[in-house]
Design a protein around this ligand. Structure first.
Ligand code: ZN
Length: 246
């Protein structure tokens, strides 16, 4: 129900996989935030719906209470077409707010100082390795001492999970590390969303196996990620990934 009419939600692939992933973290891994804030209360209620296979209810609650959908409706249809960041991830960024700490040279007066507060965390691929980057156009060298800059984060809250965005569309499932180390904590890979044309699918890593999840046709099947051939999930670029504190 939306503004007193029955509407249909379409193109929900922008929200389905991370709803499923958060359900997994809440119900299977018992991860939760103690904060009694509206977002988490809403999320708990959504997770409980998913638990009893009430996906339509879960999506409705997400659209009304978290996304606060307020766009025009045509043909009684809500389209969630868009990016995963715009449709889902941005509502959770508050938890991964952090200071970006810059390190250059111990003798430099800018060494170990804070850059501004941020909430984005990106993977950037260089020489076939993924590095973190915390701003899209970070200078490579210190403006004062010219030494190579290293950026680290210090979380303001204690996030249980992190959304890491893929900076460019050149990062594939085989590039993602099993674990990442940030602010002295180890986070483990759960889910990577990939884009193929206009449709998102996701790859979940569970018990060292990879599973392709597609909300069209409700597909959930084990895949071999070492075959980056057209038509195989490993061939298509990622948009975002979800890591959790184990
Ligand atoms: Zn410096």
């Amino acid at each position: 129900m939306f503004k007193n009419q029955i509407v249909r939600a379409v193109n929900t692939c922008s929200i389905d996989y991370y709803l499923l992933a958060l359900w997994y973290l809440f119900k299977i891994k018992y991860l939760f935030f103690s904060d009694n804030i509206p977002l988490i209360r809403n999320l708990r209620s959504i997770v409980n719906d998913i638990d009893i296979y009430e996906w339509d209810k879960a999506r409705e609650k997400f659209i009304l209470n978290i996304l606060n959908y307020n766009e025009a409706i045509t043909n009684r249809t809500i389209s969630l077409f868009g990016t995963q960041y715009g449709r889902f991830v941005r509502f959770f960024m508050e938890y991964q707010k952090h200071y970006v700490i810059r390190t250059c040279n111990v003798k430099c007066q800018l060494n170990n100082t804070n850059l501004s507060e941020s909430d984005h965390i990106y993977f950037e691929k260089e020489n076939n390795t993924l590095n973190f980057t915390f701003r899209t156009a970070a200078p490579k060298n210190c403006g004062l001492c010219q030494s190579l800059l290293t950026l680290n984060v210090q979380f303001i809250n204690s996030p249980n999970f992190l959304f890491i965005e893929s900076l460019l569309n050149n990062i594939y499932i085989s590039d993602f590390p099993e674990t990442v180390f940030l602010d002295n904590k180890i986070f483990k890979l759960l889910c990577v969303t990939i884009v193929r044309g206009n449709h998102f699918t996701a790859i979940f890593k569970l018990n060292n196996k990879y599973y392709l999840v597609d909300d069209l046709g409700r597909l959930f099947k084990e895949i071999d990620t070492s075959i980056p051939k057209r038509g195989q999930a490993a061939f298509y670029p990622s948009t975002c990934s979800l890591y959790y504190l184990e």
